[in-house]
Write a protein that binds this ligand. Structure first.
Ligand code: CUA
Length: 430
């Protein structure tokens, strides 16, 4: 018996220690951020484009040219074959290059490192509760094994009567858990208040969610599908939804908040480390929930090559530069290029392909431009006016065979953007 206990304790210690050591045996094969850091849908996204040869048919998009500039020529047709094919008319903007970076999450056995000053307490809480639970679990398990062996039935022993009452014992097992619970409550309350109370001075960004994309609107009117924020400055998000419940979730920030139609919800954070972080929808919102905020859908496989991310800029100055450059770039684009950019950025790509195949809605590549097409209860000529109306009031002239589920973009696209989208769709006609 005496020899069993040390062995048991050693086993417990060994198993917890190996799980805790980052890069210990549990995490050894991939100590940095290999498979866990990148969503499963992304394998080869970046490398295929760089290697050129990996993706069949990608040759034309990458051949000869600087890969950042090669996309536009092959853009509408073959460009899609290379996974991370550039979308802009020229070199990709510096802020989009940052957004394209591999998501920076540690990929350890534990949670990704918190980079939100406002939520450090919640990590502390999590680990405190975990440690307490582990301590009591181990202590009780050892006691059970020890007492079972010690008081087992054997010849020559008779059962002893158990005590009916013991003041010292009962006070101890009441007072100690009470102190622990009060501490946990106090600490939890304290950090909860901190998490839900943004400071007076915060950068405010509007968030609009719909099936299936996010739109972030900054103070100067810049809109983007990636969330760009400065580091070291409190940021407050004012969020609402166009259609159903979504949930805004950034694991590295420890923030998750439902986004609700017809009302506003808020979160705030204070990012401590510049980088690119994962951003997801954490509320089932329909067929393409898992593809929500996919900014580059592979037209062949339907896999997502890149999702929306949070880009934390190193300071307010760089964030300001993003705001200025982005608005300039949006103003200066050729209509067709603007439309092509919006196709991904506004989430059109979750439902419409550009290669003629059907996803949720009709493909944008259509031989029917200028011809009559069937709509529910009649026909209509497919031209600029029809496309414009279908973007602003999709339900008006629905196409048979497709779900009438597209959200309206009325009030959310500037005229220039509408013109761009129409020009892009027109450019795809065969
Ligand atoms: Cu949006 Cu799930």
């Amino acid at each position: 018996m005496k020899r069993v206990l040390p062995v048991l304790i050693a086993l417990f210690v060994a198993s917890t220690a190996s799980a805790q050591a980052p890069g210990g045996s549990a995490a050894a094969p991939t100590p940095t951020n290999a498979p866990m850091a990148v969503p499963a849908a992304d394998p080869g996204a970046g490398s295929a484009a760089q290697a050129g040869s990996a993706a069949p048919g990608s040759g034309s998009a990458t051949n000869g040219n600087n890969q950042a500039t090669s996309g536009s020529a092959a853009g509408s047709g073959a460009g899609s074959a290379s996974a991370a094919a550039p979308k802009g008319p020229a070199l990709k903007a510096w802020y989009d290059v940052q957004a394209d970076k591999t998501v920076e999450e540690d990929g350890t056995f534990w949670m990704p490192k918190s980079v939100n000053l406002a939520a450090d307490d919640s990590d502390m809480m999590f680990y405190a509760v975990l440690a307490l639970s582990a301590f009591f679990f181990i202590a009780i398990a050892i006691a059970v094994v020890y007492l079972t062996v010690k008081y087992r039935h054997r010849p020559g022993h008779t059962a002893e009567p158990s005590a009916a009452h013991n003041d010292v014992l009962e006070i101890t097992w009441t007072v100690i858990p009470t102190i622990i619970c009060v501490f946990l409550f106090w600490y939890g309350w304290h950090s909860y208040i901190k998490v839900v109370t943004p400071p007076q001075k915060a950068v405010e960004i509007d968030v609009l969610a719909w099936r299936w994309n996010w739109q972030f609107t900054h103070e100067n009117g810049v809109t983007d599908s990636d969330l760009h924020v400065p580091a070291g400055v409190p940021v407050r998000l004012v969020m609402t939804s166009k259609d159903v419940l979504h949930s805004f979730y950034v694991p590295a920030f420890r923030v998750k908040q439902d986004v609700v139609p017809r009302r506003y919800t808020y979160i705030w954070f204070d990012a401590t480390k510049p980088g690119t972080y994962r951003l997801t929808c954490a509320e089932y919102c329909g067929t393409s929930h898992a593809q929500m905020a996919c900014l580059d859908t592979d037209p062949v496989s339907g896999h997502c090559n890149r999702r929306a991310v949070v880009v934390v800029h190193k300071d307010l100055e760089e964030y300001q530069r993003y705001l200025n450059d982005k608005i300039q770039d949006q103003l200066n684009m050729a209509p067709e290029d603007l439309g092509k950019m919006l196709y991904d950025k506004k989430g059109c790509s979750s439902c419409h392909t550009i290669d003629g195949s059907t996803r949720v809605g009709p493909s944008w590549k259509s031989p029917d431009w200028g011809k009559d097409i069937a709509i529910v209860g009649g026909t209509v000529k497919m031209d600029e006016n029809y496309v414009r109306e279908s973007i602003l009031y999709p339900a008006k002239k629905a196409r048979p065979g497709y779900p009438n589920s597209m959200p309206s973009f009325e009030g959310q696209l500037k005229d220039k953007e509408l013109t761009g989208l129409i020009a892009y769709i027109k450019s795809l006609k065969q």
